[in-house]
Design a protein. Structure first.
Length: 347
């Protein structure tokens, strides 16, 4: 387990928090009870999950994600791809039902061509946290509502899908109608790339400079009222991790978020509390990164009944003596001596 990481305003040095408990100890919360199938969802909370499903269908209808056509209108050389429901309870407690394409059934060269899209690196997150601590930048998170639905497919790019489970209608040929998908939907092999190809050009056009080492990091700087204001944006799929020096009326941040809300369907989620499975907390001079929640999730998933009674100390991946042995080996190497023979036994 990696220790928690602390960034300070004075040095921005990465400081392991061994022994403080936040990185090495954790409490186990109940495992997620999100349904895996629609049948389970309707059995657990029919009203709640049905409302979430209808909200998702409304998003697609408003977005014009597909056209309903008769089964007989599907070209004979195209196969139908399933649409599936994915259910999740968000940290706010709201129920979210997401309609996804079963992308593994898409055919390369027919249903899609290129699929690569970049995402914010974990190292970039740590660098941004260090910058926020060193320069006392505010950190805030923005979420794109149904982000992939706001992208655009390439001209002529079409995917044919079965109707959403539970919302099938009959066509004039007596068969269930088919969705002719004309805009990106979650699960599509090319959906992430299409969304990114919509968002990134807009950010550059707005005035951001794209980082050469991580294409998901954008920076902007502008002098306003004789003061240089800075704005940094990290993009992780449908989340924007924003760092800014000023947020008053007429500020660079205020101008950006106003244009952002005008162009895209977004929600301000407030100060950043987590990203990339990393819990983020801060005070005036420090930014603390830790993975307490993620570790608890792993424990709930793989050790739901606690540590097995058959577990012994010698089952640990390394000896408690390992740090000392490594230091001894490094010291021996500096003197041109062979490493201690007991180093191998530490693994």
């Amino acid at each position: 387990q990696q220790p928690a990481v602390l960034f300070t305003a004075r040095t921005s040095r990465r400081t392991p928090l061994w022994g403080r408990g936040s990185g090495c100890a954790f409490t186990v919360s109940p495992a997620s009870a999100d349904p895996k199938t629609r049948k389970q969802a309707l059995k657990l909370d029919r009203a709640g999950w049905t409302t979430a499903e209808r909200a998702e269908i409304a998003n697609h209808q408003q977005n014009g994600s597909w056209e309903l056509i008769d089964r007989s209108d599907v070209p004979p050389d195209r196969q139908l791809v399933r649409l599936i429901w994915v259910y999740k309870t968000k940290r706010s407690g709201n129920l979210k039902a997401r309609l996804c394409v079963q992308g593994c059934a898409q055919v390369a060269g027919i249903d899609y061509h290129q699929t690569f899209c970049s995402t914010l690196r974990a190292t970039s997150l740590r660098v941004l946290a260090a910058l926020a601590a060193r320069n006392r930048l505010a950190m805030r998170r923005w979420d794109f509502v149904a982000a992939y639905l706001q992208g655009e497919l390439e001209p002529g790019e079409v995917v044919y899908c079965r109707a959403p489970p539970g919302y099938e209608t009959l066509g004039s040929d007596g068969h269930a109608r088919v969705c002719k998908v004309v805009k990106p939907i979650y699960g599509m092999a090319q959906a992430g790339r299409r969304w990114q190809r919509s968002l990134f050009p807009w950010l550059r056009q707005w005035g951001f400079s794209q980082c050469s080492t991580d294409p998901c990091v954008f920076t902007a700087e502008r002098k306003i009222n004789n003061r240089v204001q800075r704005l940094i944006v990290g993009c992780y799929v449908d989340d924007l991790f924003t760092l800014y020096s000023d947020d008053g009326p007429g500020s660079l941040y205020e101008s950006f978020t106003s244009d952002l809300a005008s162009r895209w369907n977004v929600e301000d989620e407030g100060p950043v509390s987590d990203l990339l499975n990393v819990d983020i907390s801060r005070d005036a001079d420090h930014v603390l990164l830790r993975q307490q929640t993620y570790i608890a999730h792993l424990v709930n998933t793989y050790l739901p009944d606690g540590v097995p009674s058959t577990f012994h100390k010698n089952h640990a991946p390394a000896s408690d003596e390992l740090p000392k042995l490594v230091n001894d080996a490094l010291a021996a190497k500096a003197k041109g001596l062979p490493p201690p023979t007991d180093l191998r036994s530490a693994y």
